[in-house]
Design a protein around this ligand. Structure first.
Ligand SMILES: C[S@@+](CC[C@H](N)C(=O)[O-])C[C@H]1O[C@@H](n2cnc3c(N)ncnc32)[C@H](O)[C@@H]1O
Length: 194
Protein backbone atom coordinates (compact mmCIF):
# COMPACT_ATOMS: atom_id res chain seq x y z
CA UNK A 1 0.00 0.00 0.00
CA UNK A 2 1.13 3.57 -0.71
CA UNK A 3 2.73 5.06 2.42
CA UNK A 4 2.89 8.85 1.90
CA UNK A 5 -0.41 10.37 3.03
CA UNK A 6 0.39 13.67 1.28
CA UNK A 7 -0.36 11.96 -2.07
CA UNK A 8 -3.80 11.12 -3.53
CA UNK A 9 -2.69 7.57 -4.31
CA UNK A 10 -2.37 6.80 -0.58
CA UNK A 11 -6.08 7.56 -0.13
CA UNK A 12 -7.30 6.11 -3.44
CA UNK A 13 -5.94 2.69 -2.47
CA UNK A 14 -7.60 2.82 0.95
CA UNK A 15 -10.99 3.76 -0.51
CA UNK A 16 -10.66 1.02 -3.15
CA UNK A 17 -9.83 -1.58 -0.50
CA UNK A 18 -12.47 -0.39 1.95
CA UNK A 19 -9.85 0.45 4.64
CA UNK A 20 -11.60 3.59 5.91
CA UNK A 21 -11.66 3.49 9.73
CA UNK A 22 -12.20 7.28 9.88
CA UNK A 23 -15.72 6.91 8.44
CA UNK A 24 -18.93 6.68 10.46
CA UNK A 25 -18.79 9.95 12.41
CA UNK A 26 -21.83 12.19 12.49
CA UNK A 27 -23.12 15.53 13.72
CA UNK A 28 -23.09 15.95 17.49
CA UNK A 29 -24.97 18.38 19.69
CA UNK A 30 -22.21 20.98 20.13
CA UNK A 31 -21.29 21.17 16.45
CA UNK A 32 -24.96 21.34 15.46
CA UNK A 33 -25.54 24.22 17.88
CA UNK A 34 -22.52 26.14 16.57
CA UNK A 35 -23.41 25.66 12.91
CA UNK A 36 -27.09 26.57 13.36
CA UNK A 37 -26.07 29.85 14.98
CA UNK A 38 -24.34 30.98 11.76
CA UNK A 39 -26.31 33.24 9.39
CA UNK A 40 -28.23 31.28 6.76
CA UNK A 41 -26.30 31.10 3.48
CA UNK A 42 -22.89 31.28 5.17
CA UNK A 43 -20.22 29.74 2.98
CA UNK A 44 -18.50 26.64 4.30
CA UNK A 45 -15.67 24.53 2.91
CA UNK A 46 -15.03 20.88 3.75
CA UNK A 47 -11.42 20.13 2.82
CA UNK A 48 -10.61 16.43 2.45
CA UNK A 49 -14.34 15.69 2.49
CA UNK A 50 -13.88 11.97 1.81
CA UNK A 51 -17.19 10.29 1.09
CA UNK A 52 -19.02 13.44 2.21
CA UNK A 53 -20.68 12.26 5.40
CA UNK A 54 -20.78 15.81 6.82
CA UNK A 55 -22.18 17.52 3.73
CA UNK A 56 -25.90 16.85 4.05
CA UNK A 57 -26.33 18.01 7.62
CA UNK A 58 -24.41 21.20 6.89
CA UNK A 59 -26.63 21.88 3.87
CA UNK A 60 -29.72 21.11 5.99
CA UNK A 61 -28.47 23.69 8.52
CA UNK A 62 -28.82 26.34 5.80
CA UNK A 63 -25.19 26.67 4.74
CA UNK A 64 -23.77 26.97 1.23
CA UNK A 65 -21.38 24.04 1.11
CA UNK A 66 -18.24 23.49 -0.99
CA UNK A 67 -16.59 20.09 -0.58
CA UNK A 68 -13.23 19.08 -2.03
CA UNK A 69 -10.94 16.08 -1.96
CA UNK A 70 -7.87 15.28 -4.04
CA UNK A 71 -8.66 11.55 -4.16
CA UNK A 72 -10.62 10.52 -7.23
CA UNK A 73 -12.02 7.53 -5.36
CA UNK A 74 -13.29 9.76 -2.54
CA UNK A 75 -14.93 12.15 -5.00
CA UNK A 76 -16.68 9.27 -6.79
CA UNK A 77 -18.11 8.04 -3.48
CA UNK A 78 -19.14 11.54 -2.45
CA UNK A 79 -20.78 12.23 -5.83
CA UNK A 80 -22.82 9.05 -5.53
CA UNK A 81 -24.31 10.07 -2.17
CA UNK A 82 -24.80 13.74 -3.08
CA UNK A 83 -26.75 13.31 -6.31
CA UNK A 84 -29.73 15.42 -5.25
CA UNK A 85 -27.82 17.69 -2.85
CA UNK A 86 -27.11 21.36 -3.71
CA UNK A 87 -23.52 21.25 -2.36
CA UNK A 88 -20.65 21.96 -4.77
CA UNK A 89 -18.24 19.03 -4.95
CA UNK A 90 -15.00 18.87 -6.90
CA UNK A 91 -11.64 17.15 -7.01
CA UNK A 92 -8.92 19.54 -5.84
CA UNK A 93 -5.79 19.79 -3.77
CA UNK A 94 -6.47 21.94 -0.71
CA UNK A 95 -3.03 23.53 -0.97
CA UNK A 96 -3.76 24.70 -4.53
CA UNK A 97 -6.97 26.59 -3.64
CA UNK A 98 -6.83 30.28 -4.61
CA UNK A 99 -5.74 32.59 -1.79
CA UNK A 100 -9.15 34.29 -1.58
CA UNK A 101 -11.01 34.79 1.73
CA UNK A 102 -14.28 33.20 0.57
CA UNK A 103 -15.32 31.22 3.60
CA UNK A 104 -17.25 32.01 6.78
CA UNK A 105 -16.37 28.54 8.04
CA UNK A 106 -13.97 25.76 7.20
CA UNK A 107 -15.25 22.52 8.71
CA UNK A 108 -12.41 20.26 9.79
CA UNK A 109 -12.83 16.53 10.30
CA UNK A 110 -9.94 14.05 10.07
CA UNK A 111 -8.12 16.29 7.59
CA UNK A 112 -5.28 17.89 9.57
CA UNK A 113 -4.50 14.53 11.21
CA UNK A 114 -4.38 12.95 7.74
CA UNK A 115 -1.54 15.26 6.70
CA UNK A 116 2.10 14.65 7.62
CA UNK A 117 3.08 17.28 10.23
CA UNK A 118 5.61 18.79 7.80
CA UNK A 119 2.53 20.20 5.99
CA UNK A 120 0.84 21.72 9.03
CA UNK A 121 2.40 25.18 8.60
CA UNK A 122 1.14 25.16 4.99
CA UNK A 123 -2.32 24.08 6.23
CA UNK A 124 -2.37 27.01 8.65
CA UNK A 125 -1.25 29.43 5.96
CA UNK A 126 -3.95 28.26 3.55
CA UNK A 127 -6.64 28.49 6.25
CA UNK A 128 -5.51 32.02 6.99
CA UNK A 129 -5.84 32.88 3.28
CA UNK A 130 -9.29 31.38 2.62
CA UNK A 131 -11.21 32.22 5.83
CA UNK A 132 -12.75 35.67 6.11
CA UNK A 133 -11.60 37.84 9.01
CA UNK A 134 -14.00 36.98 11.85
CA UNK A 135 -14.80 33.62 10.20
CA UNK A 136 -14.14 30.22 11.73
CA UNK A 137 -12.03 27.12 11.46
CA UNK A 138 -14.10 24.63 13.42
CA UNK A 139 -14.44 20.90 13.65
CA UNK A 140 -12.98 17.77 15.12
CA UNK A 141 -9.26 17.65 15.95
CA UNK A 142 -7.24 14.64 17.11
CA UNK A 143 -5.49 15.64 20.32
CA UNK A 144 -3.21 12.71 21.07
CA UNK A 145 0.45 11.89 21.53
CA UNK A 146 0.86 10.17 18.18
CA UNK A 147 3.73 11.39 16.00
CA UNK A 148 3.40 8.41 13.64
CA UNK A 149 0.33 8.35 11.46
CA UNK A 150 -2.00 8.89 9.88
CA UNK A 151 -3.77 9.76 11.99
CA UNK A 152 -1.09 12.14 13.28
CA UNK A 153 -1.90 13.52 16.72
CA UNK A 154 -1.25 16.92 18.19
CA UNK A 155 -1.79 18.65 21.53
CA UNK A 156 -3.95 21.63 22.37
CA UNK A 157 -0.78 23.59 23.22
CA UNK A 158 0.87 22.73 19.89
CA UNK A 159 -2.24 23.84 18.00
CA UNK A 160 -2.37 27.11 19.94
CA UNK A 161 1.22 27.69 18.91
CA UNK A 162 0.48 26.80 15.28
CA UNK A 163 -2.81 28.68 14.82
CA UNK A 164 -2.40 31.34 17.54
CA UNK A 165 -0.88 34.10 15.39
CA UNK A 166 -3.98 34.16 13.15
CA UNK A 167 -6.79 32.45 15.10
CA UNK A 168 -8.23 32.68 18.62
CA UNK A 169 -9.41 29.49 20.33
CA UNK A 170 -13.06 29.88 21.41
CA UNK A 171 -14.12 26.29 22.23
CA UNK A 172 -12.42 22.97 22.99
CA UNK A 173 -14.55 20.04 24.21
CA UNK A 174 -14.40 16.25 23.81
CA UNK A 175 -16.62 14.86 21.07
CA UNK A 176 -19.51 12.69 22.33
CA UNK A 177 -19.36 9.82 19.85
CA UNK A 178 -15.69 9.24 19.12
CA UNK A 179 -14.51 6.65 16.57
CA UNK A 180 -12.28 3.72 17.70
CA UNK A 181 -9.45 4.80 15.37
CA UNK A 182 -9.18 8.07 17.34
CA UNK A 183 -9.24 6.30 20.73
CA UNK A 184 -11.50 8.80 22.48
CA UNK A 185 -9.17 11.71 21.75
CA UNK A 186 -11.30 13.72 19.32
CA UNK A 187 -12.07 17.29 20.34
CA UNK A 188 -14.55 19.79 18.97
CA UNK A 189 -12.58 23.03 18.54
CA UNK A 190 -13.64 26.44 17.30
CA UNK A 191 -10.97 28.90 16.13
CA UNK A 192 -11.89 32.40 15.04
CA UNK A 193 -9.86 34.16 12.34
CA UNK A 194 -8.40 37.38 13.76
C1 LIG B 1 -8.88 10.56 6.94
S1 LIG B 1 -9.73 11.01 5.50
C2 LIG B 1 -11.09 11.97 6.16
C3 LIG B 1 -12.23 12.12 5.18
C4 LIG B 1 -13.45 12.86 5.75
N1 LIG B 1 -13.10 14.17 6.24
C5 LIG B 1 -14.13 12.03 6.82
O1 LIG B 1 -14.04 12.40 8.02
O2 LIG B 1 -14.75 11.02 6.49
C6 LIG B 1 -8.67 12.31 4.84
C7 LIG B 1 -9.12 12.80 3.48
O3 LIG B 1 -8.32 13.92 3.12
C8 LIG B 1 -8.05 13.85 1.74
N2 LIG B 1 -6.85 14.69 1.49
C9 LIG B 1 -5.61 14.52 2.00
N3 LIG B 1 -4.78 15.50 1.57
C10 LIG B 1 -5.52 16.30 0.77
C11 LIG B 1 -5.25 17.48 0.04
N4 LIG B 1 -4.01 18.03 0.02
N5 LIG B 1 -6.25 18.08 -0.65
C12 LIG B 1 -7.50 17.54 -0.66
N6 LIG B 1 -7.83 16.41 0.01
C13 LIG B 1 -6.85 15.79 0.71
C14 LIG B 1 -7.86 12.37 1.46
O4 LIG B 1 -8.02 12.04 0.12
C15 LIG B 1 -8.94 11.77 2.37
O5 LIG B 1 -10.16 11.60 1.68
Amino acid sequence: MAQDSSLPDFWDVRYQQGVTPWEGACEDEQMGRFVRALPSGSRVLLPGCGSASDVRWLVAAGLQVDAIDFSREAIQRAAAVLQDCPARLWQADFFALPAVPLYDLVFERAFLCALPPRLWEDYTHKMQQIIKPGGYLAGVFFLAEKPKGPPFGSSREALVQLFGPHFSLLECQPVDAALPVFSGQEFWMVWQRK
